[in-house]
Design a protein around this ligand. Structure first.
Ligand code: NAD
Ligand code: TYD
Length: 335
């Protein structure tokens, strides 16, 4: 199997690349990534010398670049996206380019070159918020943020290509993911690294929003399962089955680091903040896949990984100034 992994230098994509090369001796992976602020070749250092791995710097909106990288591949797995909800509120345009037009470009390449499979890595956020019960794959999508609306636009293109041209695509809709190598703008790495540096952790609103947490290794395995066993044209929910309030997540982080609740700074809520995400994952379970990582162990191990690997995140937080600028722009007006 020769795979083109788009967005493989990000958080979940790099987990997938490292994990699939370790699991499958006969797989070759070409990682194709624009290296935006969120792309980081340090995430791929563990496989950098592996002869089965290669890297191509490129944008999924650039058809010629994708076509050249996709030569001879059996499948494309698309992780490439703008992914941070808060940044989509501050500056939505890049989300429309990459998450919609970039997905369209990949579909065109799959169609033109007869590539036998594409997995579009999507998100539970396309369904929107749900107060009780859980979303199934056939529920109507109702995204709330410019991020989730852009991901939904990508999903709709994928499904339309399958219906119209028979393009062999599957969609996974994963839930909130945690683990090592996550860019420290997202809740868990932001709070852990802030706390490690003696700073406060900015909890939005009343802290009672609920997310369903999935370990990055489980997310990678769920995508692998959909790649190998998914039916073309189908959507698969990939959830962790670990619904927690942000307040609960914060308490575990502070407990693991031996800190008190006075580390929390209550800040103004995110506009349009979805209250709860919840996935019904019985379709994946019936097909034979369920997540494996125990949540509390997985989260505590993840916290210790950030504690033990400060060189990875300090380079991001204090390196180019990009992170500092984002933090100033977003958090100054919330406090
Ligand atoms: P990330 O922000 O860590 O990484 C995104 C990667 O895509 C980066 O390496 C970036 O350089 C690359 N990229 C961005 N625009 C590109 C472009 N135009 N062309 C090529 N590469 C580009 O993201 P992540 O958290 O690893 O998420 C990966 C995928 O999983 C995304 O599609 C996201 O929507 C989905 N997802 C994420 C989560 C989560 O909790 N992180 C949950 C469910 C689904
Ligand atoms: P995030 O990691 O941005 O993921 P998503 O918005 O895609 O679910 O946020 C997870 C939850 O944490 C979400 O309810 C918003 C909340 N949150 C905070 O309370 N403070 C923060 O500084 C951030 C980044 C998120």
């Amino acid at each position: 199997m020769r795979l083109l992994v788009c967005g493989g230098a990000g958080f979940i994509g790099s987990d997938f690349v490292r994990r699939m090369l370790a699991k499958h001796a006969d797989w070759e992976i070409v990682c194709f990534d624009k290296l935006t602020y969120a792309g980081n070749l340090d995430n791929l250092l563990p496989v950098a010398e592996d002869p089965r791995y290669s890297f191509v710097h490129g944008d999924i909106c650039d058809r010629a670049a994708v076509e050249s990288a996709a030569g001879g591949v059996d499948a494309i797995v698309n992780f490439a996206a703008e992914t941070h909800v808060d940044r989509s509120i501050a500056e939505p345009e890049a989300f429309l380019h990459t998450d919609i037009l970039g997905t369209h470009t990949l579909l065109e390449v799959v169609r033109a070159h007869g590539i036998s499979r594409m997995v579009q890595v999507s998100t539970d956020e396309v369904y929107g918020s749900i107060d009780s019960g859980s979303f199934t794959e056939t529920d109507t999508i109702k995204p709330s943020s410019p991020y989730s609306a852009s991901k939904a636009g990508g999903d709709l293109q994928v499904l339309a290509y399958h219906i119209t041209y028979g393009t062999p695509v599957v969609i996974t809709r994963g839930s909130n993911t945690y683990g090592p190598y996550q860019y420290p703008e997202k809740l868990i790495p932001l709070f852990v690294t802030n706390a490690l540096e003696g700073e406060k952790v900015p909890l939005y609103g009343d802290g009672m929003n609920v997310r369903d947490w999935l370990h990055a290794d489980d997310h990678a395995d769920g995508i692998e399962f959909a790649l190998l066993n998914g039916e073309p044209g189908q959507v698969y929910n990939v959830g962790g089955g670990n619904e927690r309030t942000n307040r609960e997540i914060t308490s575990i982080i502070l407990d693991e680091l031996g800190l008190g609740e006075d580390t929390i700074k209550w800040v103004a809520d995110r506009p349009g903040h979805d209250r709860r995400y919840s996935l019904d994952c019985s379709k994946m379970a019936a097909a034979g896949w369920t997540p494996k990582v125990d949540f509390e162990n997985g989260l505590r191990e993840t916290i210790r990984w950030y504690r033990d690997n400060p060189e990875w995140w300090k380079k991001i937080k204090h390196g180019t100034g990009e992170f500092a600028e984002w933090r100033k722009r977003w958090y100054e007006e919330r406090s």
